[in-house]
Design a protein around this ligand. Sequence first.
Ligand SMILES: *Cc1c(COP(=O)(O)O)cnc(C)c1O
Length: 422
Amino acid sequence: MDTKSKELFEAAKRHIPGGVNSPVRAFGAVGRIPRFIASAHGDRIVDVDGNEMIDYVCSWGPGILGHAHPAVIEKVQKACQNGLTYGAPTENEVILAELIAELVPSMEVSRLVSSGTEAVMSAIRVARGYTKRDKIVKFKGCYHGHSDGLLVKAGSAALTTSVPDSAGVPSDYTRNTLVALYNDKASVEALFQANPGDIAAVIVEPVAANMGVVLPEDGFLEFLREITAKYGALLIFDEVITGFRLALGGAQEYYQVQPDLTTLGKIVGGGMPIGAYGGKKEIMDMVSPVGTVYQAGTLSGNPIATAAGIETLRILKEDTGIYQRLAANAERIADAVREAAGDAVCVNQIGSLLGVFFTSAQVRDYKTAVSSDTARYAEYFGYLLDRGIYVAPSQFEAMFLSDAHTTEDVEFTCSMIKEYFG
Ligand SMILES: *Cc1c(COP(=O)(O)O)cnc(C)c1O
């Protein structure tokens, strides 16, 4: 039953582009009507028609503790009693900055913003200000938010030009963004050789989780660390998804590779809108009011958002078993898919992130990711949705586990996956 969702979707389309405030929510890639959500607790979300679903989207990552975690909700409610925003410094901001520096030691100094997009945009500005260079390198298939300079695809002369990947982005804004290939060292080397002394930073999702889930091959992140250092460029890890998810210290802890700058989002806000960027003091001293790189925000460091973020990080920090539990559940699902689907599907899984690709290729980059059969994915998605299992409405988004996923619900999910492939 999705009568009420259908009605709301029609109403939404009259006053909201495509009926949604972020495109993937429209279910366009899977040919279904989006479910309008009424509430969520633990590992379940409930739509406006009363359908209860086991949620593997987890708001695209923030929900690592599950929905409406009582301790987080309590902290948020308490914070609300004291006013929603002041536009002045608060103790919570100090506590959160200290927690970030403790858990992610490369982020000695950090600045809070309100989204991942803003965090990345600002980190790149800092890298450019610090190195006094204009060009940046990003990887095809990695997503870093919707700022102008990052909505690019490689141009015909990929070594020197990129072109906008969205209408409304002037080509002047993207000509300083160079595009390399994930897991392809030679493509990065070539860009540095063609643009010596011009590259301010390389930005990468250390585990790519916006083209499905694609793991860095052995030595790839270490290589990025070395080549950026060699050419005097900064290395930026976009850990908006991986931060506090792969490990308490994110992918940089998991892989033991230290970037110069890190961007955070999603989990760091515990479900409220926060982004953060940071690095060594020497680099972050570029930021206004200390330095000459301007960056500001009316709601930055918002007291309600920091209350949710602090409580979430505290719980993650104190629960020493959580990352093992998350990974064990994700492995169970990965094994179920592999067992049921065999070579027809490629499953990439790391920690609580999972990518199920409908391709017989070994998915290791953008090209192999897009070899997936998206029509098959849409069918799989619909099959699960109709059985109360809510996975990402796109082949190219990750499946997220939360600590609220019960063994029972994971087992049920595995059995439905087996039924689909069987
Ligand atoms: C979600 C995401 C962003 C953008 O964050 P928003 O909060 O949606 O602006 C940036 N980088 C990565 C890796 C992301 O997954």
